[in-house]
Design a protein around this ligand. Structure first.
Ligand SMILES: Nc1ncnc2c1ncn2[C@@H]1O[C@H](COP(=O)(O)OP(=O)(O)OP(=O)(O)O)[C@@H](O)[C@H]1O
Length: 590
């Protein structure tokens, strides 16, 4: 049977899809690598439908997981979800290896919570670990190093943390503290899974008996340890591999990813490596020309998509500030080109440089999503659920319902420490309906504070009635709203005028201008992109000794744009000129 969706593939994409052995497909941005991967997922699910087998798809971020799941589900029938799983490499290692088999490792302690940068204890754990080595003044980059702790197969630190002497010394104390507080960090998940696979070959055999294929997206960002995991799976000789990526888009060197790992892996698993995709379906010819100057391709990348007729030149703006560049140049250009706000993004190298811009834009009345856009801490217990409830009321769609279900599940888990899967059962459905009913009623007057106060109480009551939370836990929702109000007062938000619509915006970010890092934007695309901080000293970073890695990051930013691309170089007190990537060795516009 021909898989649905195949008719929308080019011949090159179909060739990749049809290859029945291991395949390593490296290709240019916007060439449909992810689209081909999804077509492969659909085609292989159709083949295993009447068997106990499944297909395992591994990608990089939770958002990519959701996107692939959604696009796959659209092309498959009911019940097919039994035959595939889409997860991040961390979720795969945790749920398929560490949780079921962790008991095989001596001294292994089953941790309940994953430690992320968002976890309320993250900074405390980092500070505790640093204090053990007499290091007290942690900087932003120290926290980033803790966040990206990664090991190689020999158990040595790699990436950002390996280059940071203090954090490298503090790392063992960080892990120890995590274990004491019942947390597990991402680095430990991958390393623990690797050790289990290495020491217990039956685990790989069991996994590969289940999974006919492993499909891997964004393969260029795979670390040495992750490559070893895949090699151990491959050694069972039971599953096949379909990996897609682009060496010029390798941007996770801080976790130990290296473009040099890609081809040797392909050779090790005997993958076909001579197929490629050369058409870019995303960007205009002018944007592609900039990308080509940064990393020329053979054959050259060509524009094949709807923007191939667009002749707008990318521009460099050097004004008073990022805020001026956005409000006086970028936003008017969006309007001129009829590009909706939700189709545009502002990209920066790091979150920090987006926070004040985000606040300025919000105060200026531009709806924004991204760092600093929320007037309260996102980790507050009721925050996400409140946003999703507001979103589901103001902009009801099937997706908003799904997001609301997920937010409810997370809120109950955070309040009780228990993952209540029965929230997805009929009793959960009743809770969901009652919450929606109450949310509609309370949202009618329109004020966010009235909504938050009353809805948090109602949520506690509804969940208590259905026995998902106890009395004390029910009260936590209202308490967290009081914390949200303090957050807002600290930020001098005019809370009296904050509306349900404003809160709902965070649940439907597709209507707001998105501010994000280039890392977050990886794999995504936007009608218009404004890149800030495109100046000497920041791009490449003054202390970076890997200019190629910086250029790849810049390249990822450039290649996210479909139609409009604006580089913004804000003057600073050091009178830094615009980034050398804009000069003759780069895109050639200086
Ligand atoms: N055969 C095709 N026909 C029409 N549009 C296509 C085709 N292949 C890909 N596209 C479109 O091109 C865009 C880029 O596709 P996709 O995200 O799969 O590319 P990618 O190679 O994974 O990109 P990147 O590496 O830059 O993240 C998407 O909008 C996709 O729908």
């Amino acid at each position: 049977m021909v898989a649905r969706g195949v008719e929308q593939l080019t011949q090159q994409q179909r060739d990749a899809l049809a290859w029945q052995g291991n395949l390593l497909l490296t290709a240019c941005p916007g060439s449909g690598k992810t689209r081909t991967l999804i077509a492969k997922l659909v085609a292989e699910v159709e083949k295993v439908r009447d068997t106990p087998k499944s297909i395992c798809c591994i990608t990089y971020t939770n958002t990519a997981v959701q996107e692939i799941e959604l696009r796959t589900a659209e092309q498959l029938g009911p019940g097919d979800d039994r035959h595939f799983s889409v997860s991040t490499i961390h979720a795969f290692c945790l749920h398929e290896i560490l949780r079921p088999y962790g008991w095989l490792r001596p001294g292994f302690k089953r941790a309940t919570t994953i430690l992320t940068r968002e976890s309320p204890d993250f900074e405390l754990i980092a500070q505790h670990a640093a204090a053990q080595v007499n290091y007290f003044q942690l900087t932003q980059s120290d926290y980033e190093a803790f966040e990206s702790l990664s090991l190689d197969p020999r158990g040595n630190l790699v990436g950002l943390a390996a280059e940071n002497v203090a954090i490298a010394r503090a790392a063992p104390f960080f892990w120890q503290r995590c274990a004491e507080l019942d947390y597990i960090d991402f680095g430990t998940i991958i390393y623990g899974a690797y050790c289990l696979l290495r020491d217990h070959p039956k685990i790989a055999a069991t996994l590969c008996a289940k999974y006919a294929w492993f499909l891997i997206d964004e393969f260029q960002d795979t670390t040495e340890l992750q490559v070893e995991i895949l090699k151990l799976l491959h050694a069972t000789d039971r599953s096949r591999f379909f990996a897609v990526g682009d060496l010029a888009q390798c941007i996770y060197s801080f976790t130990g990813a290296k473009p040099e790992l890609v081809e040797p892996f392909g050779r090790d698993i005997g993958a076909k490596m001579d197929l490629t995709l050369s058409g870019n379906f995303r960007s205009s010819p002018k944007i592609i020309a900039h990308a080509e100057r940064l990393f020329p391709r053979t054959p050259p990348m060509t524009a094949e998509g709807p923007e191939k007729v667009c002749v707008i030149e990318p521009v460099l703006v050097r004004t008073l500030s990022n805020f001026h560049a956005i409000t006086e140049r970028f936003l008017p250009m969006l309007e001129e080109q009829a590009i909706p706000l939700g189709e545009a993004t502002i990209l920066a190298k790091d979150w920090a440089s987006l926070i004040s811009l985000s606040r300025q834009l919000r105060e200026f009345g531009v709806p924004v999503v991204g760092p600093g856009a929320r007037p309260y801490r996102r980790s507050r217990l009721f925050a996400s659920l409140a946003e999703q409830l507001c979103g589901a009321v103001t902009d009801p769609t099937p997706e908003s319902n799904r997001q609301l279900e997920r937010a409810l599940f997370h809120a109950v888990r955070d309040a009780t420490g228990i993952a209540r899967m029965d929230l997805f059962s009929p009793s959960g459905r009743v809770v969901f309906i009652r919450l929606m009913h109450e949310a509609k009623r309370l949202a009618a007057p329109g004020g966010a504070i009235h909504f938050l106060d009353n809805m948090s109480r109602a949520t506690g009551q509804i969940l208590k009635d259905a026995e998902f939370v106890d009395d004390v836990q029910a009260g936590l929702f209202y308490a967290s709203v009081q914390e949200m109000k303090v957050d807002m007062q600290r930020q001098q938000i005019d809370i009296a005028n904050l509306s349900v619509l404003d809160l709902g915006l965070f649940a439907s970010p597709d209507k707001a201008l998105r501010l994000s890092t280039i890392h977050y934007a990886k794999g995504r695309e936007y009608g218009a992109v404004a890149m800030i901080g495109v100046k000497q000293g920041r791009f490449p970073h003054i202390r970076s000794d890997d200019v190629e890695a910086e250029k790849r990051q810049f390249y990822v930013g450039v290649t996210r744009a479909r139609r409009l691309l604006m580089y913004i170089s804000e003057p600073d007190r050091w009178a830094n000129p615009p980034s050398p990537f804009l000069g003759p060795q780069g895109v050639n516009i200086l």
